[in-house]
Design a protein around this ligand. Structure first.
Ligand SMILES: Nc1ncnc2c1ncn2[C@@H]1O[C@H](COP(=O)(O)OP(=O)(O)OP(=O)(O)O)[C@@H](O)[C@H]1O
Ligand SMILES: [Mg+2]
Length: 371
């Protein structure tokens, strides 16, 4: 109610100021210009200055002026009041709806406001509000999912460790090499999880310390290939890493972090490609960029999963089934690291069984050219 009164009053006052200003000018002009002009015309028409007719006509003119201006003022004020009330009523509805919606969003509810139809600016405000509500909703959703996924990821190692500890206390389990290795494995799973989460938050908040040095693109490819050659051979998946493709180009990278990105991509490709398949790590150079691509002939990615791959803890169905699968955080970290280098990481797949392709695009320059 307060808002309404405020708005009507403000509109009315603004219009009244304009009206009064207009009227004062009219009045001034009418008094200063009207009578002398009228007087002059009457004289030209043959009336002498002392003529009683002249006084009479001039009195009539002054009264007509006064009545016209007074009627105009009162009518204009009434119209201004009506317009103010009408406008306020029109604005009031959408404003109240917006205030209510903002209150709802503050309470954690997801609401949308509809376009008010009272003007482009209000419609823009409604669109911006809805975008904000959607964004808040998705952030809240991610937060909720993050917490539940984190709890889920921690539960397995912690319960395993707890189970073994109880077994040891009760004498059901003996402390031998097997027990020690299970405990160690579960502890390192927890440590890796903590490191991964730390990495993601660092990178996303721009706190990741990168030690940038020039690195030859061919070296990056060669090193990544060398690290994975044995693992690929063991599974029977062909690894084609061709360092010559990036020859002559350098990138400014934190070598360890970039190796982490390529490792994650190569590990993913290996995990999702059946024996006999092929994974290719190659580079494509353009004027200012180099694109490192990991392409596999594996199980592919369904179109509806593609937009979610880089979300924290997202794992595809097949990866979820696997006990030994990762936490679903590798691609999140990889994208964050790539973006911290001023690059981008994108995924492509034509669908299930069609293989997948992950591309790291980085700023690059030909060897020998200074930045
Ligand atoms: N080459 C690929 N082919 C098919 N699916 C893939 C491929 N790479 C990633 N994915 C899908 O993307 C999901 C997320 O990958 P990401 O690397 O983030 O997690 P992860 O490998 O499951 O676990 P982590 O990397 O944390 O050990 C995977 O679970 C998988 O479903
Ligand atoms: Mg991974």
């Amino acid at each position: 109610m307060l808002t309404r009164r405020g708005l009507v009053t403000r509109l009315l006052v603004t219009q009244a100021i304009v009206l009064v200003a207009g009227l004062v000018i009219c009045w001034g002009v009418a008094i200063l210009v009207g009578p002398p002009l009228f007087h002059q015309h009457l004289q030209q028409a043959g009336h002498t200055t002392q003529s009683p007719e002249l006084d009479h006509i001039e009195d009539a003119f002054a009264s007509a002026n006064f009545i016209a201006l007074a009627v105009a003022l009162v009518t204009a004020l009434l119209i201004a009041l009506a317009v103010s009330v009408y406008l306020t009523r029109r604005i009031q509805g959408p404003l109240t709806a917006l205030a209510q919606a903002a209150g709802d969003v503050a309470q954690g509810r997801h609401v949308h406001v509809s376009a008010s139809g009272i003007g482009a600016e209000f419609d823009q405000l409604a669109v911006a509000f809805n975008q904000m509500a959607d964004r808040l909703d998705s952030v809240e959703d991610t937060r909720r999912r993050l917490l539940s996924d984190l709890a889920h990821e921690m539960r397995t190692p912690v319960t395993t460790i707890e189970g073994y500890l109880e077994g040891l206390e009760d004498g059901v389990v003996e402390w031998d090499e097997d027990t020690a290795s299970v405990m160690r494995e579960q502890a390192s799973r927890l440590i890796r999880l903590i490191e991964d989460i730390d990495d993601v938050s660092r990178a996303e908040e721009g706190r990741m310390q990168l030690e940038l040095h020039d690195a030859a693109v061919s070296d990056l490819i060669w090193n990544a290939g060398a690290t994975f050659r044995d693992r690929y051979a063991r599974k029977g998946v062909n690894l084609l890493a061709d360092p010559r493709r990036g020859a002559g180009y350098v990138v400014s990278v934190d070598a360890q972090r970039m190796a982490q990105v390529l490792s994650n991509l190569l590990a993913n490709a290996l995990r999702h490609t059946t024996p006999g398949g092929t994974v290719q790590l190659s580079a494509q150079v353009a004027t200012d960029t180099v694109t490192l691509t990991v392409q596999d002939t594996g199980e592919g990615i369904p179109a509806d999963a593609l937009p979610h791959l880089f979300e924290r803890f997202y794992r595809g169905d097949t990866a979820r089934d696997r006990d030994h699968g990762g936490a679903g955080i590798g691609l999140t970290i990889s994208r964050a690291i790539t973006e911290a280098h001023g690059g981008r990481l994108v995924a492509h797949s034509d669908g299930p069984d069609m293989g997948a392709e992950f591309s790291v695009v980085l700023p690059a320059r030909p060897e020998g050219r200074r930045e």
